[in-house]
Write a protein that binds this ligand. Structure first.
Ligand code: PRP
Ligand code: ORO
Ligand code: MG
Length: 193
């Protein structure tokens, strides 16, 4: 799948939002990629996961023991990636603010993990999830995502394979352009404010 084809999937299901958004990192943006809308169709979610899998070099893919994704955004694409690779897919949650495994999920000591995200902006959530996997006894060998909003700038400390890399501007709270500051802000994600 080309990046233009992926973008047109987002456009066709109303997943490219315009407005004023507070992102997970606390930064603000006039654009938001609502991946849940793209992933609400199972066939499309499966196709996207298989396209991401194709981006991961075979030697890394063959090492993966288990897929781990950070809830909420990573859940559906992580599950589909597990199906694409023929591996189990489990997820991290942060009801108390820190990612950990719940629901009886556990990693075998030294398990090689593919981390799967929906969107990476600053990489903060990914780094927190990678640290959580280490605390749980596993090792993240690579990460993949539907979208890299940093256009390749982000450093996760592991090889990173996004399906689409875009440069989408975001701003610190005290550096908002006046036209953005004039629009009421919404916070679509679930990280506690
Ligand atoms: O690279 P970052 O700057 O960390 O931003 C990307 C993260 O933000 C979103 O999650 P969010 O925390 O909004 O919660 P959600 O997944 O529960 O929607 C998205 O799903 C990524 O996890
Ligand atoms: O950085 C984020 O929180 C973020 C940006 C985006 O475009 N989409 C999303 O789900 N999260
Ligand atoms: Mg998330």
């Amino acid at each position: 799948m080309t990046e233009e084809e992926v973008l047109s999937e987002f456009r066709s299901c109303g997943a490219l939002l315009e407005g004023h958004f507070k992102l997970s990192s606390g930064r603000h943006s006039a654009q938001y990629l609502q991946c849940a809308r793209v992933l609400m169709n199972g066939e499309r979610a499966g196709n996207l996961a298989r396209a991401i899998a194709q981006k991961i070099p075979r030697e890394i893919r063959s090492e993966v023991d288990v897929v781990v994704s950070p809830a909420m955004g990573g859940l559906i694409i992580g599950h589909e990636m597990g199906r694409a690779l023929g591996k189990d897919a489990i997820f991290l949650e942060r009801p108390d603010g820190v990612f950990h495994l719940r629901r009886g999920f556990a990693l075998k000591p030294g398990a090689k993990v593919l981390m799967v995200e929906d969107v990476v902006t600053t990489g903060l959530s990914s780094r927190e999830a990678i640290e959580a996997v280490a605390r749980e006894g596993g090792e993240v060998i690579a990460e993949c995502a539907l979208v890299d909003r940093s256009a390749g700038e982000v450093d996760l400390g592991v090889p990173f394979f996004p399906l689409m890399a875009l440069s989408v501007p975001s701003y610190a709270e005290d550096e908002l352009p006046p036209e953005l500051a004039a629009i009421p802000v919404t916070k679509p994600g679930s990280r506690a404010a």
